[in-house]
Design a protein around this ligand. Structure first.
Ligand SMILES: Nc1ncnc2c1ncn2[C@@H]1O[C@H](COP(=O)(O)OP(=O)(O)OP(=O)(O)O)[C@@H](O)[C@H]1O
Ligand SMILES: [Mg+2]
Length: 252
């Protein structure tokens, strides 16, 4: 279980995330929505440890991880889609995924066991490449991939790490109509594993309707709505703040 308590960050005088308290349970996909600049990415950065909180706490399974760095949080099961800059640009697609698989299994001291596992690692790498439809590109250098494939590789690396908590920040942004369904299908399948906690920042309504079990709305850094998708989407606050629909005018 992931929890944030009064989590905040200030940049100078600007409060980008403002006392956000929320609990995310395994087996649930929570969509985080809100207008541009609402603080969604910053909230993810605070959870994953890319940014230090000014105030408040992040708890993972009841343990306070607020002061831990990003790598330590990753080791405890918090997974953030890799940014392109974290990929090994000069390694192949397959090598990148294999390194992530290897990182998850950790290097044991028992060489025999490591050798045996390596067969599994390769098999696992192949499966992930097939699932993300990157198998045909497996020998291409990460740096040489077109944008859509690079983003798929980011997701493939995350699947390889197989964290307990998945953080997806607009995973299909900028993807072609061919690539986006591949990624959405992976998220859909992750959902069927009831032991994973998934947070998804997503703008597309149809995706939210289909995938979200719950919607949390951020507005100017604060949590302003939280609940079932249908009721959250219907609330006047969300219609105005998120969908940009003007409040109904009084008849003159
Ligand atoms: N490192 C930083 N330094 C200063 N201000 C920042 C920093 N990171 C984010 N901000 C500010 O915090 C606010 C929230 O930004 P954030 O990127 O979290 O919004 P978002 O909800 O993800 O928006 P979008 O939908 O456009 O991705 C913005 O006003 C942004 O300018
Ligand atoms: Mg963002």
């Amino acid at each position: 279980m992931l929890e944030t308590r009064h989590l905040s960050i200030r940049f100078g005088g600007h409060v980008a995330v403002n006392r956000v308290s929320c609990v995310f349970t395994p087996g649930t996909l929570t969509a985080i929505v809100g207008p541009n600049g609402a603080g969604k990415t910053t909230y993810f950065n605070l959870i994953s440890g890319q940014l230090p909180a000014s105030e408040g706490q992040v708890l993972l399974d009841g343990m306070d991880i607020t002061r831990l760095g990003a790598p330590q949080r990753t080791r405890r099961g918090l997974g953030r889609a890799f940014q392109l800059t974290q990929l090994f640009a000069q390694l192949s697609v397959q090598e990148n995924v294999r390194l992530a698989v290897q990182a998850r299994h950790g290097g044991g001291l028992n060489c025999w066991r490591v050798w045996l596992d390596r067969q599994d690692w390769l098999e696992e790498t192949r499966e992930i490449l097939a699932e993300t439809q990157l198998w045909p590109q497996r020998d291409a250098l990460a740096a040489s991939l077109p944008h859509g494939d690079q983003r798929k590789l980011e997701v493939a690396m995350l699947m390889a790490l197989d964290p307990r908590v998945y953080l997806f920040d607009e995973p299909t942004a900028g993807m072609s109509a061919d690539d986006a369904p591949v990624v959405l299908d992976l998220i859909r399948r992750l959902k069927t594993r009831r032991d994973r906690t998934i947070l998804l920042v997503e703008h597309k309504m149809d995706v939210l309707r289909e995938l979200a079990d719950r919607i949390v709305v951020l507005h100017q850094g604060a949590l302003v709505a939280d609940g079932e998708p249908a009721s959250v989407m219907a609330s006047p606050l969300v219609q105005q703040a998120y969908l940009g629909v003007a409040p109904v005018q009084e008849a003159a």
